[in-house]
Design a protein. Structure first.
Length: 302
């Protein structure tokens, strides 16, 4: 075994072990890529719904603006309200006209008098919604309350479940990949036991002996990460038309926005795809490096 022996030549000698290692690395990182995309998308979806009014209060005609302002002040003193927006009858009519501008029949008989004034309320956290609902419910002049707590709670619960299950599944796959690397490299070391003994007799250092196996593990990580990223990218663009249609009313979901720089989660942009590639590459190289180091140290009995 010499340094001049290329990785490809060594892989060609044990193709089945190499394919098994690359395949497990690919599966692990592919699932990780899908998990990252799913987590960022659900997180942005939760943020989107949390940023929208979770309570919409509709008032009767007898409720004047002064009384509504008093209600707003009362709510703001709780410290649990992030924002409120008053929508007058005229503004409600303009919104209605804009939403139904393509259907003239729906606009003919509608006037501002028949539309109620309303108040959009956003809480600082979803857990305060029920308390705010109870406060508003007891006010005079309140005709109806649209309460979206169930929607937000369902999305948050679903996102939390996805994260937990995904993390457990990925940890199990990483563990499986680690043991496959351990077995594969261990078998190769066993096959070259005599050569290794000769190298030790002529004064070769442990790192010199380990180095080819470590490079091989890193190579597995690189190939696995690249394949996983290509498959994730294919799935992203394959699903893009369906996701864009589904989120038509929502618009673009943004992972974060900082100093004018925004990274869109869905529909995905180049920046998000590159971030996923970077994470997968770092993960693959790390798994390959740590697995090969552990295997070579264990079987060479350093």
């Amino acid at each position: 075994m010499t340094d001049s022996l290329s990785i490809f030549q060594r892989l060609r000698r044990t193709p089945y072990q190499a394919v098994a290692s690359v395949f497990m690395m690919f599966i692990t990182l592919f699932v990780m890529g899908l998990f990252l995309l799913l987590v960022t998308s659900t997180s942005s979806l939760v943020s989107y719904f949390e940023s929208k009014p979770q309570l919409t209060v509709f008032f009767s005609n007898e409720k004047d603006k002064t009384s509504i302002d008093k209600l707003v002040n009362k709510l703001m003193t709780t410290g649990k309200i992030s924002s409120t927006k008053y929508v007058s009858k005229e503004e409600a009519l303009n919104i209605y006209r804009e939403q139904n501008k393509d259907d003239p029949l729906l606009l003919e008989m509608v006037t501002a008098d028949i539309l109620p004034a309303s108040l959009d309320i956003s809480a600082t956290a979803p857990q305060y919604l029920n308390e705010i609902y109870q406060m508003v419910k007891g006010e005079e002049g309140v005709d109806d309350i649209v309460f979206q707590k169930e929607v937000v709670d369902t999305i948050i619960s679903w996102a939390t479940t996805v994260r937990r299950i995904g993390l457990i599944f990925i940890l199990l796959l990483i563990l499986s990949t680690f043991f496959i690397l351990l077995t594969s490299i261990g078998m190769k070391i066993a096959m070259k036991k005599e050569e290794i003994e000769v190298l030790k007799l002529v004064g070769a250092t442990n790192w010199y002996i380990k180095k080819p196996f470590v490079y091989e593990g890193i190579f597995y990580g690189f190939i696995g990460a690249t394949l996983a990223w290509l498959f994730c990218t294919f799935i992203i663009y394959y699903l893009k038309p369906y996701a864009t249609s589904f989120l038509k009313g929502v618009g673009t979901l943004s992972l974060f926005s900082y100093q004018g720089i925004s990274i869109d989660v869905w529909p995905p942009n180049t920046m998000l795809i590159l971030i996923i590639w970077f994470i997968l590459l770092c993960s693959g190289l790390s798994i390959g490096l740590i697995g090969s180091l552990f295997a070579s140290s264990r079987y060479l009995k350093e």
